[in-house]
Ligand binder design. Sequence first.
Ligand code: SF4
Length: 351
Amino acid sequence: MARQLPLLQTDRQTVRLSDAVLDERLRGTRFVSLTPQRVLNSPKSTGMDYWSLNPYVGCEFGCSYCYARYTHRYVVERAHDAGKLTDAEFADYRGAHGWEAFEKRIFVKEHVVGALEVDLKHVPLGETIVIGTATDPYQPAERRFRVTRAVLQRLTRCEGLSFGIITKSPLIARDADLLVGLQQRNELQVHVSVITADARLARKLEARSPVPAARLRALRKLVDAGVNAGLIIAPVLPGITDAVAQLDVLFAGAKLAGARFIHAGPLRLYPAIRDRFLPVLGEHFPDLVTKYSRAYAGRGYAPRDYAKALSRRIEKLRKKHGFTTQSAMFDRYRRAKLPVQGELELRGSLP
Ligand code: SF4
């Protein structure tokens, strides 16, 4: 067990506990208790069209393209500013390059149900709550800490809401019973996330995620249990995972797994991602570095023409494999703001 650390609280109230470090693994991942005052992020606070809930801060899966690293940095910087972390602890909780800590210092929102109980009173009927927008709710920590399961147990008492869950982990199949219960009086879409069916390619891009075949098997289990589950291919990486043949294999795999729907979207390359993603791109796909730099110059979104061409490609594959078009519910997951017009350097890689 590692030495003691102060408990990090998110808002309003500060309490120091003597044992905030819950566990530490051989590879150096440390799990730290976080007691949030609030657990649901409102649409107003995030600028998104839905409420969001993340049982953990940080994610051991360590996808190179993950845009959620800033959330971890935010928690650590706030704790440091409030005097809850010494300078040495702050350095450790940021990591040498500012991104490693997202993968190795995982904050666990223990005792989340009390805060959830309060927050749910502010969510009007018909609204959408998405679980897993900034961390994977079924990352390895969930096997031990079961925060997501506790959240679902409370949510099964809700009525008239829409829920979305996004995960790369087969562990979600453990909670099939709760998911079936949740969708009895609410809408539910479970998005199993896979960006490629090629396990070797996935490992280059996602440091420790479960292999794609295991995710598709979990999708099958969910569907067999009666859960409204499908596939999300996000992000689609230009020139790396966007070929028709690659996407076609994924669509076929999803069909075999019984997916009810498929959604897809192109890479967002926000500044906070670049430190982590661009070195991986340079190592494995050096020919693409200049193209990405040009295409994403001055913006986080893919060029509009690329996004439109990708949509057309996805739509053709949906038709080919017998999936319906994108649902209205998924539209609510997306930012209202559209990408700005810009250079279309990657367009040549699309039909
Ligand atoms: S699984 Fe999701 S939250 Fe975790 S690192 Fe990958 S993209 Fe980020």
